[in-house]
Design a protein around this ligand. Structure first.
Ligand code: AHR
Length: 642
């Protein structure tokens, strides 16, 4: 039998609001509600044009197995801390026989001094043997798509013949293939192209390299790319970049996070080992328990910025690693300071400088615009107390060579005053509700604030709707104070949702080999960041504010006012909105709304769009109008005023 009560309960606020309007008359009803008064006169302050950006690091398979479009996993035969053939398997068709093992006696370069030796005991043209790679939880194949690949190889004899490369579907054993010319006994790089034709869309594929004659063949740096964003050669996944572009981020903080620091000093992010040809990148162990291919290295971070029109916010290693090892300020720290200066030169220097020329050699002669450099990450964890001295040494050296750069500290310091302080907040929704006014009375004369990492951590692998409410409440506070809070970035951004893909719960967006989805928190970010304005307006609520949050900004170019309203309760929130001091107010506006029935509601890889913003027209807007925010709801009201 149809049970009407849940339905009535869900819509009770609408019914009550309708009855209230009927009984009291629109004006009387408006009178009874709390009033949000907005001053359209002089703005309270200018808001930061850089407020919303991205923070990124190699965590949760963010780059390898994520944004970085490489499809081959363990392409250099070093997995985790070991040399290994993990994710590779012998391939034997019919009666063919092959075995494989890591060979540390030969490799294509000094950075990659090892390879896989594939010994083929038995193979024919009809029944070849070789190796196959399973990719990052599968390899995605889409119809009518061109895949470009390459590998380094040498053979025990030139007679071993050509290598056949194929993308084989695990069910049908079919797939596109190509033949690569016969090998020689010296290391050489080979390229190939695979075109998928009518192949069905699937992630259940593997890459096979096979030969039709017995002998030994060595492979290294086996690589395969699908089409990438902006067709970059060593580029990024298109779907993930499009999701990021929709956030309209202003900056990218990289390369971490803990990934910058490394578990120990020798495992820090060493930028010089992440530039140039891939064959010259040795790869390194990330602090999140897996090896980074470093295919997404310093230049690729910068090109990612270029593609999304973001400014790089460069974090430089500052002599402290996660195992609490630190480098004392003074002469011991000097090489690290110089390394950071050279890194800045690589990013910003003209081609007449040593490192600017190196960048040009790597394919990017034009320098990048850089405003902010961050010294370290979360240095309050350095219990030796060395950060004050380390920061001062970096700050003085950076300012001496680059006086226009703004230098960010990651913990309070005394010796020199940083331009900006980076503060991190990982919290529950309740904590953000209670502290959304965190910066309302912050000191306006000290350093500016960068909220370099923050998130409501409820929901796994990606946050649920309670998190989105906590995030939105927090963001209203950031916006109200964006004269002093000049930048903010949620963290972490990404998670590969396959088993074993996650090291940190509650990540903004999730993906597998084939698709990506945004969490409710992602959509809250998109809504806030796409309706920013450049002025903060004074606004005051007269009435109870139980789990109700707001911020008001205006775009001075066109008079458009953006109201962000957050109702984190299970009851509707009727309001009277008063717009004071405006010359004219258009009777209709736009309403963008993100809501859910429960705080546990969420999106997932199987239900990617359960909770998404809904756009509608807002009618009957005037200098004083009634507006009800549904339960569990985040709204942006876009009003045209002059
Ligand atoms: O975002 C995950 C981690 O949290 C970052 O690597 C680190 O800076 C913070 O502690």
């Amino acid at each position: 039998m149809f049970d009407a009560w849940p339905c009535l309960k869900a819509y009770r606020w609408m019914i009550l609001s309708f009855l209230g309007t009927l009984l009291l008359g629109a004006n009387a009803f408006a009178q009874a509600n709390p009033t949000l008064s907005i001053d359209l006169g002089a703005p309270k302050a200018e808001s930061s044009p850089m407020l919303y950006g991205l923070m990124t690091e190699e965590i949760n398979y963010s780059y390898d197995g994520g944004l970085y479009a490489e499809l081959v996993r363990n392409r250099t035969f070093k997995d985790g801390r070991r040399n290994s053939t993990a994710h590779w398997f012998p391939y034997e068709r019919g009666g063919a026989q092959a075995s494989m093992k890591v060979d540390t006696s030969t490799g294509p370069s000094a950075a990659l001094p090892l390879s896989v030796a594939v010994t083929i005991a038995n193979a024919t043209k009809a029944n070849p043997a070789g190796i196959s790679n399973e990719g990052y939880w599968g390899i995605a194949v889409r119809p009518h798509t061109v895949y470009r690949g390459s590998f380094y190889a040498k053979a025990s004899s030139p007679e071993m013949g050509p290598v056949t490369v194929a993308l084989i579907n695990n069910d049908s054993a079919q797939g596109p293939h190509a033949t690569v010319s016969a090998l020689t006994t010296e290391w050489k790089r080979y390229e190939f192209t695979l075109t998928s034709g009518d192949a069905p869309i699937s992630s259940d594929n593997r890459l096979v390299l096979s030969l039709g004659k017995p002998g030994t063949v060595w492979f290294s740096l086996v690589s395969l790319f699908p089409p990438t964003y902006h067709n970059r050669k060593n580029g990024n996944r298109i779907d993930i970049m499009e999701k990021l572009a929709a956030m309209r981020p202003e900056f990218l903080r990289f390369p971490g996070g803990n990934y910058l620091e490394g578990s120990s000093i020798d495992q820090r992010f060493q930028w010089k080992k992440t530039i140039g040809p891939l064959v010259d990148r040795p790869t390194h162990m990330s602090p999140w328990g897996y090896r980074s291919s470093d295919g997404l290295g310093l230049l690729e971070f910068l090109e990612w910025c270029e593609d999304l029109k973001m400014q790089p916010l460069l974090a430089v290693y500052a002599g402290y690693s996660l195992n609490h090892q630190h480098v004392d300020p003074g002469p011991a720290l000097e090489p690290y300071v110089n390394d950071a200066l050279e890194e800045i030169e690589y990013v910003t220097g003209s081609t007449s400088t040593k490192w600017g020329a190196e960048r040009a050699k790597d394919g990017h002669p034009a320098p990048f615009k850089l405003t902010y450099v961050e010294v370290g990450n979360e240095d309050e964890f350095d219990r030796s107390g060395s950060y004050d001295g380390r920061f001062a040494q970096f700050y003085n050296a950076i300012k001496a060579k680059y006086p226009d750069l703004q230098v960010i500290a990651t913990a309070p310091v005394k010796t020199v005053q940083p331009d900006v302080i980076d503060e991190h907040f990982y919290r529950s929704a309740a904590e953000f509700f209670a502290d959304s006014g965190h910066y309302d009375s912050a000191d306006r004369h000290g350093p500016k604030i960068f909220v370099g990492e923050w998130a409501t951590r409820e929901g796994s692998p990606t946050p649920n709707f309670d998190s989105a409410l906590g995030d939105a409440a927090w963001m209203t506070g950031l916006e109200r104070n964006s004269d002093i809070v000049i930048m903010a970035s949620y963290a972490p951004l990404f998670v590969n949702v396959n088993p074993g893909g996650m090291q940190w719960e509650s990540d903004l967006m999730g993906y597998n080999a084939l698709s990506i989805y945004g969490s409710p928190s992602y959509y809250a970010q998109v809504m806030f960041s796409n309706h920013r304005g450049d002025q903060i307006l004074n606004a005051k609520l007269d009435g109870p504010a139980d789990k109700f949050f707001y911020s008001v900004t205006r775009d001075s170019k066109n008079g458009r006012v953006y109201l962000k309203l957050v109702n984190a309760t299970s009851d509707p929130r009727p309001l009277t909105i008063r717009l004071d001091g405006g010359k004219s107010i258009s009777g209709s506006g736009r309403l963008i709304q993100l809501s859910a029935r429960t705080t546990a509601a969420t999106n997932s890889i199987l239900e990617p769009t359960k909770i998404v913003p809904v756009d509608s027209t807002l009618k009957n807007v005037s200098a004083r109008f009634s507006h009800t925010i549904p339960p569990y709801c985040i709204q942006v009201l876009e009003l045209e005023t002059h």
